[in-house]
Design a binder for this molecule. Structure first.
Ligand SMILES: [Zn+2]
Length: 352
């Protein structure tokens, strides 16, 4: 049953055993010489229920495709594949108890577990420091663990089609992330920290429960594609002016900052110095003020490419700083606002 030797464009030796109705793979089925030669082993569309132990004898394997089998379990055999970089195991019956405990010490760079039964991201998977691409679309994930930040090499993260309700701010620590797919989930808000994802080029958020976007998202200067269709964001827009009056501490802090009063570390206790460092500048271009804990939450529509208007969340220092909310026509004072200038950097916004 040994398949014909094939070579890929980069000269890698491929053994294609897909669609053969295999229920297992015995070592004898492939000569020893061939086993130590093969770099890509393709076993998709068979009837494997567990990963055959014989797979471990393919010592030079770089890529293993075991997609579309009935796999419920991938055992220790996987750990013997010291050179494995790509594991494709989509469309199986895997869950968080299916993978070897020691998976985290493998050098995997690409892992595709889409179309399985994961309800959470397995802990050992979050130890794969070399991982560049992780796909877990079409599973049953309810959350993204904060430890996702450990996958520091990650460039591509696909989590579409799950039941995820929120995004942990720690996701923003993935400095190389350029593609983030979170479409078809139940996400209600985007943490402003996401603006720290400086490498981000594509952000898919369609078919979620978003009612607004944080204003900070305009800082994603490399973002080329943002998909938002199927969110209540334009429909349900709240105009709440929730405002807790500032504390005396905050008022004093505001005066020090906005008047630029000099202070030094020997005059003030450390906690006050830290507090003063937390000042945020009021985004109203006509206001020179700052705020600390007390601010006005406001949703403001910003023009994108003159075609769509996006509700963006921003925070003002006082109710007087919010522009009068009439049923605003297209040319409100936004036009000179830095926000709308930054908005033009985004080339492609998919709303429809
Ligand atoms: Zn202000």
């Amino acid at each position: 049953m040994e398949g014909q030797p094939q070579e890929t464009a980069d000269g890698e030796n491929v053994l294609n055993l897909s669609r053969l109705g295999l229920e297992t793979l015995s070592a004898e089925a492939v000569s020893e010489e061939r086993r130590s030669d093969v770099q890509q082993l393709l076993l998709p569309h068979n009837r494997l229920l567990v990963l055959p132990a014989a797979v471990a004898s393919f010592s030079q394997l770089l890529l293993l495709d075991i997609s579309s089998n009935g796999l419920a379990f991938v055992g220790e055999a996987l750990l013997g594949l010291a050179k494995l970089r790509t594991l494709l195991a989509k469309n199986n019956r895997l869950d968080e108890f299916s993978l070897p405990k020691e998976l985290g010490r493998m050098g995997l760079e690409v892992l595709n577990l889409s179309g399985n039964r994961f309800e959470e991201v397995p802990g050992q998977l979050l130890e794969l420091r070399a991982l560049k691409s992780l796909s877990m679309g079409g599973n049953r994930l309810k959350s993204i663990p904060a430890e996702i930040e450990n996958l520091s090499s990650l460039e591509f993260l696909y989590l579409g089609g799950n039941f995820i309700t929120s995004i942990p701010p720690e996701l923003a620590n993935l400095h190389y992330l350029s593609y983030l797919v979170l479409c078809d989930n139940k996400i209600q808000s985007i943490p402003p920290q996401l603006a720290q994802l400086h490498s981000l080029r594509s952000l898919s958020l369609h078919n979620n429960l978003l009612t607004y976007l944080p204003r900070e998202i305009l800082n994603l200067i490399h973002l080329q594609e943002l998909s938002l269709r199927g969110n209540p964001l334009v429909v349900r827009f709240v105009r709440d002016l929730m405002y807790d009056p500032p504390s005396l501490l905050e008022l004093a802090g505001r005066v020090i900052k906005s008047r630029n009063l000099a202070y030094s570390r020997c005059e003030l206790p450390e906690n006050l110095i830290r507090y003063l460092d937390l000042a945020s500048k009021c985004p109203n271009p006509k206001c020179a003020g700052v705020y600390f804990d007390s601010c006005v939450r406001q949703i403001k529509f910003v023009d994108f490419c003159g075609k769509y208007r996006l509700p963006l969340m921003h925070y003002l220092c006082s109710p007087e700083c919010s522009s009068p909310c009439s049923s605003n026509s297209q040319s409100e004072s936004d036009s000179e606002d830095e926000a709308s200038i930054a908005a033009h950097r985004m080339q492609k916004v998919l709303l429809g």
